[in-house]
Design a protein around this ligand. Structure first.
Ligand code: UT7
Length: 322
């Protein structure tokens, strides 16, 4: 059967780092509070004029080079983002032009912090159905542009960044030993009041600022994400013990620990980048995969579970073999 196999990874983080100590100067917060409640120590913030498309293109080019494939061999550019450059066209089409993916179709996927899982579900379906052979899948965000920097409840939590994967169709046996994407599952429930922005194109003609019911989101995250992993493993007949790496959406270190605990995954098997990147929404899982691939933790043949939850509420899980 056809599988979507990861052939290359890339990432891009803005140069500017904002530490918790920096935030202490502008809002009523402290490094200790932020670290004890979230694990976050710093975040990267885009420079003036540095757009989501810039980060996405940089990550995309790196992923293409890492895979050793040319931009004109890509037949889809799928960009998961909630912070597009403009209302239209899709930021993916700008990225397509910036990287020279002249033979591709390009579009954005908006599923907030579940963006990577949703975009991967679409990409996997396109590959398995034979509609696409090689896809550049990118998660890229500039949440710094939709934060109220006077709201200490939210501005400490997010950062900017991008990461990309090259996915390629490969014929495999059709068993759970195959390399590539083995499972994708997505859900949503319409609880839009828990996390969102205070505006948008049709409602206010402004993008608005991010709002969140932190405790409710937290509660949903530590329940839905483990459930999504269990459901995924069950559908491909693999036990919990088969997980080599848990790479969840990176929102809060306490959430990562809670999800790991519920799934009985040892803490050293949970990849966490939230300390250095904060929450980069749709970019967080691919950034974590990139990091773990670069430092040699991810090895071919290992099983990786990537659950996420975000605004919508949306949630889901991708299970893949590296
Ligand atoms: O990617 C998906 C979206 N995001 C998430 O998954 C995040 C989910 N939620 C969370 O991670 C946590 O709920 C937060 C980190 C956002 C908040 O942690 P918490 O333990 O739920 O704190 P809290 O909101 O209950 O706030 C506790 C106290 C409050 O003071 P009072 O009312 O107890 O006097 C807040 O006003 O901490 C105060 N507080 C702060 N203090 C210092 C809130 N933000 C800050 C801050 N610095 N930045």
């Amino acid at each position: 059967m056809r599988r979507a196999v990861i052939m290359g990874v890339g990432a891009a983080l803005p140069e500017r780092i904002v530490t918790n100590a920096d935030l202490e100067k502008t809002v009523d917060t402290s490094h200790d509070w932020i670290v004890s409640r979230t694990g976050i120590e710093q975040r990267h913030i885009a420079a003036d004029g540095q757009l989501t498309s810039d980060l996405a293109a940089q990550a995309g080019k790196q992923a293409l080079a890492n895979a050793g494939v040319s931009a004109d061999s890509i037949d889809m550019v799928i960009l998961a983002t909630t912070t597009p450059d403009d209302t239209m066209p899709a930021t993916a089409t700008k990225v397509q032009r910036m990287i020279g993916a002249v033979n591709a179709a390009a579009f954005d996927v908006n599923a907030a912090c579940s963006g990577f899982v949703y975009a991967m579900t679409v990409a996997n379906s396109l590959i398995v159905s034979g509609q696409a052979k090689r896809i550049l899948l990118i998660g890229a965000e500039t949440y710094s542009r939709i934060l109220d920097w006077n709201d200490r409840g939210t501005c400490i939590l997010f950062g900017d960044g991008a990461a990309a994967l090259v996915l390629e169709a490969q014929e495999q046996k059709g068993s759970s030993d195959d390399r590539g994407v083995l499972y994708c599952g997505i859900r949503s429930d319409g609880q839009t009041e828990l996390l969102g922005t205070s505006g948008g194109v049709s409602s206010t003609q402004k993008s608005g600022f991010l709002f969140m019911s932190g405790k409710e989101i937290y509660r949903n995250a530590v329940t839905r994400m483990p459930e999504a992993v269990v459901e995924g493993l069950k559908s491909i007949n693999l036990p919990l013990e088969s997980i080599d790496w848990l790479v969840p959406h990176q929102a809060n270190l306490r959430i990562l620990a809670g999800v790991g605990q519920k799934l009985a995954v040892a803490p050293e098997r949970v990849i966490s980048t939230v300390q250095k990147h904060a929450n980069t929404s749709a970019a967080s899982i691919p950034l974590a995969l990139y990091q773990a691939a670069q430092d040699g933790r991810l090895q071919p043949g290992q099983l990786i579970a990537c659950p996420a939850l975000g605004a919508g509420l949306t949630w889901g899980c991708v299970i893949l073999r590296w």
